[in-house]
Design a protein around this ligand. Structure first.
Ligand SMILES: NC(=O)c1ccc[n+]([C@@H]2O[C@H](COP(=O)([O-])OP(=O)(O)OC[C@H]3O[C@@H](n4cnc5c(N)ncnc54)[C@H](OP(=O)(O)O)[C@@H]3O)[C@@H](O)[C@H]2O)c1
Length: 317
């Protein structure tokens, strides 16, 4: 099932600052070092958000479907356990959307239960037609999460982006948000995404990228580096289809060279070793999986030659 299939509810930009360019250039220069040099054993791998320099762990947590568990207290507590292991492993960025039904209140339940509201990097979306309806939706989402303000607010799938984007940038200027972004997935509307990246001072773009879906490597990832825009990667496991298919195969011995102990870490380390990527947001409902996934934010990362080998290997499976 694709997100696009979900039912939609009815419903004076300044040039980019020179300082932001400087930070982006410094970040890009740092990323030109051999990727394996970024991580020290035992420390979580982070990337600077290009527009601010703030460090963000390279693995976050998605919540589409996996956290849409409704009102059931046991199911909500199970999601809170996933969040506990995520935070305990050093995770920060959690991504949600009004499209994900009960996921937002379930995140709020977890944050309150764990007392981790101050640790989360809250990334949500506005997903409603018509700019005038955006603020009420964002406020409802904020109440679900129980955060004082969102760190990142993204225009989901570019819905009414011409109206929402100026409003989000005004909220950021007023201190009501910290970062502004746009999202798409599975290659949709990439030309429009590129144009927005060129014309508007967004902090983040969210796109699909994984070892088999590499369309963004050609234009969007280089453009993000050039413009100093952070990249959040969705569908790292093709919504689970990719990992379920390949985990029947033996993990190659050479995965040990970049300290991938399982297929989840193999797939995630491929993504976050791209120098344009800020973080990937795999979704999971299971503690053992969040632990595996967070393991991808530690140890060595593959270099460019190894990344080519990883692509060839998975394509041949
Ligand atoms: N347009 C947009 O803005 C957009 C579009 C798509 C996605 N997103 C965001 O990106 C997030 C990630 O994308 P996604 O949820 O579509 O798919 P995904 O993260 O590629 O895959 C999630 C699936 O992978 C399984 N999984 C997770 N970790 C695993 C592991 N270590 N081993 C084996 N299986 C594992 C999960 O099952 P278990 O529960 O069994 O672990 C789940 O079924 C979303 O949740 C959402 O936040 C945004």
């Amino acid at each position: 099932m694709a997100e696009e299939a979900q039912q939609m509810p009815r419903s004076s930009y300044l040039p980019r600052r020179v300082a932001m360019r400087g930070l982006a250039a410094a970040g890009a220069a740092a990323m030109l070092r051999p990727v394996g040099a970024i991580a020290r054993p035992g420390t979580i791998i982070t990337r600077p958000i290009p527009s601010s320099g703030e460090a963000l762990p390279v693995i976050g947590l998605g919540t589409w479907i996996t956290f849409n568990v409704g009102e059931d207290p046991a199911a909500r507590d199970a999601c809170a356990e996933v969040m506990r292991h995520f935070f305990d492993a050093g995770g920060r960025a959690i991504d949600s959307s009004p499209m994900y039904a009960s996921s937002q209140p379930v995140i709020g339940h977890g944050l309150r239960k764990l007392g981790r509201t101050k640790e989360v990097f809250s990334a949500d979306k506005v997903w409603i037609r018509g700019g005038s309806r955006g603020p009420a939706q964002i406020e409802q989402s904020r109440q679900y999460w129980g955060v004082p303000r969102f760190d990142l607010m993204q225009v989901h799938n570019l819905v009414s982006w011409e109206e929402h984007l100026p409003a989000l940038l005004a909220m950021k200027a007023a201190g009501q948000l910290r970062y502004v972004g746009i999202t798409t997935s599975e290659g949709r509307r990439h030309r429009e995404i590129e144009q927005i990246m060129r014309d508007h001072p967004i902090d983040f773009v969210q796109v699909t990228y994984n070892v088999l879906d590499r369309e963004v490597e050609a234009r969007i990832l280089p453009l993000a580096q050039e413009r100093g825009i952070g990249v959040i990667v969705n569908r790292p496991f093709r919504q689970g289809v990719l990992i379920r298919r390949i985990e029947r195969q033996r993990l190659p011995d050479w995965a040990a060279e970049f300290e991938a102990a399982n297929w989840a870490q193999f797939l995630l380390k491929f993504i976050v070793s791209h120098p344009a990527v800020t973080c990937a947001i795999p979704a999971t409902s299971r503690v053992e999986h969040v632990r595996e996934n967070m393991g991808a934010a530690r140890g060595r990362l593959p270099d460019a030659a190894m990344r080519r080998r990883m692509v060839a290997h998975v394509e041949a499976l």
